[in-house]
Design a binder for this molecule. Structure first.
Ligand code: HEM
Length: 415
């Protein structure tokens, strides 16, 4: 997909030539043509930490060590892109009766409050809780893949990668399956507008999302069932009871963090397998290698770019950063850093260091990683079992999007 480069802003005084590099993470043409090839090139041509004048001007942390250190240092690198104190001030100015504006907590809040908001979700996403869902995730994967199979050629993204996490989400939350179309439309809108940082637009999307969930959320308070919404009503946020506003915040974070991430992860994996027939053969012959393959595909095609704000003026790994500077934790760059992974461009699920940073590091490390892993592994298992050898359909080339969640728009497969 071709995009217009955002205008370059003036370079602030603390940005020296040594750390300046012009890169538009939403629209760089080589990045959109093949994101991970461009990152490998960037490791050769760009500084490991650089400032770009695009998209308002921000830092990109490209090396593994910068990403790892910054992800864990919540004092220097805040997740409150807009400080909570400012948000509270803004909310206090809203007229009485204005709808609650949901916030993606715990992702955009720092410790100690972060710990309080994260705790209730931890149990729901534990390996034990997720393993109980595995059977139903497999049933879904089978029905989607079998539905696509007679076509001989199809867009894997819209046939499998997108509906699967949406249906898993509806099931986990105890939301009616009839709402699937509405949720898929919202995921699509979310993905298509990922570039757009207009706060009013983001708020409108969040309000639409909570509006379609509200009836079920309120119902589960009075009539608890065996689902995540009922479970969250029964937990406490620190020392107080959960409120409808907390429930809306949780629904919003799980929707935004959990759906398009998995869509892009599954699609990148299918893309890799479609271009590597020998890997398909190997995994079909020995499916016990699929979990290791899933991890290596997450490393080779890491795709999320979390944001941070610098808390105070500091020197970090030899670079001067100013309070308020925005940082992109360019995790796709970290996982392709040759200092951490020898021959990073080579896919090798038997490599010595298989510990990647695709799910982040530190206190905000992905809460949904067990669920994501189960979804990815089950889809790869069923895809390899049910489809014969598949490849990319050369008549419909793969196009990619950049931004905070990088991935293919469509992956046309044929078999
Ligand atoms: C392959 C798929 C996924 C990837 C690569 C991924 C990646 C990440 C990353 C890198 C972070 C850290 C963000 C930061 O440091 O600011 C994160 C946080 C988070 N993820 Fe995921 N994620 C995936 C799937 C999911 C799923 C399926 C869910 C749940 C339905 C989920 C829920 C969350 C939540 C709630 C957080 C915030 C945790 C916190 O702030 O304490 N993610 N994810």
């Amino acid at each position: 997909m071709s995009e217009t480069l955002s205008p370059a802003v003036a370079r602030p005084d603390h940005i020296t030539d040594a750390v300046f590099y012009d890169f538009d993470m939403f629209a760089d043409p080589a990045y959109l043509a093949n994101p991970h090839a461009r990152i490998l090139d960037m490791h050769k041509s760009a500084p490991p930490i650089f400032w770009t004048p695009r998209n308002g001007g921000h830092w990109m942390f490209v090396s593994h060590s910068a990403n790892f250190e910054a992800s864990r240092d919540v004092e220097k690198f805040s997740s409150e892109i807009v400080p909570q104190s400012k948000i509270k001030e803004m909310l206090a100015k809203l007229p009485p009766g204005a709808p609650h504006i949901p916030q993606p907590l715990p992702i955009n809040i720092d410790p100690p409050d972060h710990t309080i908001y994260r705790a209730p979700l931890q149990r729901a996403f534990s390996p034990k809780a997720i393993n109980e869902l595995k059977g139903s995730i497999r049933e879904l994967a089978i029905s989607l893949i079998e539905g696509m199979k007679p076509k001989g050629s199809a867009d894997f993204v819209s046939e499998v990668a997108e509906p699967l996490p949406v249906q898993v989400f509806l099931k986990m939350f105890g939301l009616p399956l009839e709402k699937q179309a509405a949720y898929r439309a919202l995921v699509k809108e979310h993905m298509e507008n990922i570039k757009n940082h207009d706060p009013a637009m983001i708020v409108r999307r969040m309000l639409k999302l909570t509006a379609i969930m509200k009836e079920t959320i309120l119902d589960r308070k009075e009539n608890p069932k065996d689902d995540l919404i009922s479970m969250l009503w029964q937990t406490r946020i620190g020392d107080r009871e959960t409120t409808i506003n907390d429930m809306e915040n949780y629904c919003v974070v799980l929707f935004t963090a959990g759906l398009d991430t998995v869509v892009n992860g599954i699609s990148l994996g299918a893309y890799h397998m479609a271009t590597h027939p020998e890997l398909q053969q190997q995994l079909r012959a020995d499916p016990s290698q699929i979990p290791a393959a899933t991890e290596e595909m997450l490393r080779r095609y890491t795709f999320t770019v979390p944001l941070r704000r610098v808390s105070n003026d500091i020197e970090f790994q030899g670079v001067q950063l100013k309070a308020g500077d925005r940082i992109m934790l360019f995790l796709p760059g970290a996982d392709l850093d040759a200092k951490e992974y020898p021959n990073p461009e080579v896919y090798n699920h038997k490599r010595e260091n298989s510990v990647h940073i695709a799910f982040g590091a530190g206190p905000h490390r992905c809460l949904g990683s067990h669920l994501a892993r189960v979804e990815l592994q089950v889809v790869y298992e069923e895809l390899l079992t049910r489809l014969p050898a598949f490849s990319l359909d050369a008549s419909k080339p793969v196009t990619f999007h950049g931004g905070h969640v990088v991935g293919p728009d469509h992956v046309w497969l044929k078999w």
